[in-house]
Design a protein around this ligand. Structure first.
Ligand code: PLP
Length: 386
């Protein structure tokens, strides 16, 4: 049985997979099972921060594999403490909770926000405001938080206590911020929603309002984090100090890991027994993440910004392109033709690109070589112009 047939026979049909069977990867290069070379402008979905099978990352993960693969969170292990320290030092957050995915990072943020408010104000202050067209995950709580009706059709009843506000409409947000609200949760660039950045004035007004009313500001950096947009986290470009930051995707460079970074207000909110995870922060993923996070420095951020500008300058005036949005190496391309069809044509011509709603989406490895990027962009331009 070939791989596609076996997949269709035995794997739940939750993905509309493109017809690529990937077998080998090195950096931004992916080889399919027939030996065809592709340039990867998706990095998984922004997961392979330094591309596939990065040498330094392999060394770090392999060394840890030989030391200690797993012991539960009932005991202390070194890699997760080092990673937590590094993340706190680089962000000025106070504590870290480790899970295994973006959804789990957000679950932690949701529980933490509700407990903070319950501890301080008692019942009746549990509502969390999220944005229309947001994406926060696929679990029941994070799906309840997600502001996209299309994802809500089959799975009710949902968790109570989530309301949506339209993005960039401060009066609408203010009107919803009643005495029942404990948190506002935002993606600074809506990723799955179509790579749409929030306006800076809106975000700073929202942050101010939250601070005045002791409403926690949760920033979902699952996709925008870990160097993706040209700073370690995107909130750093918005001049705000979130109470909770969640991240995942690129965090461990290809291993499953998510975390919630907890600020001063909530550093002691979660106590023993109130939250946990069997695998979260396990030594292998923590070693992978340490290898990634410790290499995210200003020189790399410059490179990310420069490459992002290069892609924008190439595509903004290209035939078939209506607009390019996003920051750094998280870019959305509004096209004249159907994005799914264009993505398939790119794949045929040897370039992997993602889509987000009706747009093409690019999340290349942060360290993609300039010549690989140029080659891929030329191919993409050719497809767009047809
Ligand atoms: C991908 C994503 C999630 C969900 O992450 P998973 O690891 O798939 O659970 C949550 N929030 C945002 C902004 C995302 O892009």
């Amino acid at each position: 049985m070939d791989i596609i047939e076996r997949d269709k026979s035995y794997i739940a049909n939750t993905y509309a997979r493109a017809p690529l069977v990937a077998s080998l990867g090195k950096g931004a290069q992916i080889l399919d099972d027939g030996g065809k070379e592709l340039i990867d402008l998706g990095s998984g979905i922004g997961v392979n921060a330094f591309g596939a099978c990065d040498e330094e990352w392999i060394k770090a993960v392999e060394a840890q594999l030989h030391r200690l693969s797993h012991l539960s969170n009932l005991y202390y292990t070194e890699p997760q403490t080092k990673l937590a320290q590094l993340l706190c030092e680089k962000t000025a957050m106070k504590k870290v909770f480790f899970g295994n995915s973006g959804a789990e990072a957000n679950e932690c943020a949701i529980k933490c926000a509700r407990k903070y408010s319950h501890d301080k104000y008692g019942e009746g202050r549990s509502t969390i405001i999220t944005l229309t067209n947001s994406f926060h995950g696929r679990t029941m709580a994070t799906l309840s938080a997600t502001g996209q009706d299309a994802m809500h059709v089959h799975f009710g009843p949902f968790l109570e206590g989530f309301v949506n506000a339209p993005a960039n409409d401060f009066p609408a947000l203010e009107a919803l911020c009643g005495n029942d609200v404990c948190a506002v949760m935002l993606e600074l660039i809506q990723g799955e929603g179509g790579v749409i950045p929030l306006e800076k004035a809106y975000v700073s007004a929202a942050a101010q309002l939250c601070a005045q009313r002791d409403i926690l500001l949760i920033i979902d950096e699952v996709q925008t984090g870990n160097g993706r947009t040209g700073t370690l986290y995107t909130y750093m470009q918005y001049g705000i100090s979130p109470d909770i930051i969640t991240t995942a995707k690129g965090l461990a460079g290809g291993l499953p890991m998510g975390c919630a970074l907890l600020g001063e207000k909530v550093e002691n909110t979660l106590s023993a027994g109130t939250h946990g995870s069997t695998f979260g922060g396990n030594p292998i993923c923590a070693a992978g993440a340490l290898s990634i996070i410790s290499r995210l420095d200003e020189a790399l951020f410059d490179e990310v910004r420069r490459k992002g500008e290069y892609i924008k300058s190439q595509l903004e005036s290209a035939k078939g392109v209506k607009s390019v949005t996003g920051l750094g190496l998280m870019l959305g391309i509004e096209t004249e033709k159907d994005a799914k069809t264009l993505a398939q044509e790119c794949l045929d011509k040897g370039v992997i690109v993602l889509t987000a709603k009706s747009k093409l989406r690019l999340l290349p490895p942060l360290n993609i070589k300039q010549e690989e990027l140029e080659k891929a962009i030329q191919i993409l331009k050719g497809v767009l112009a047809q």
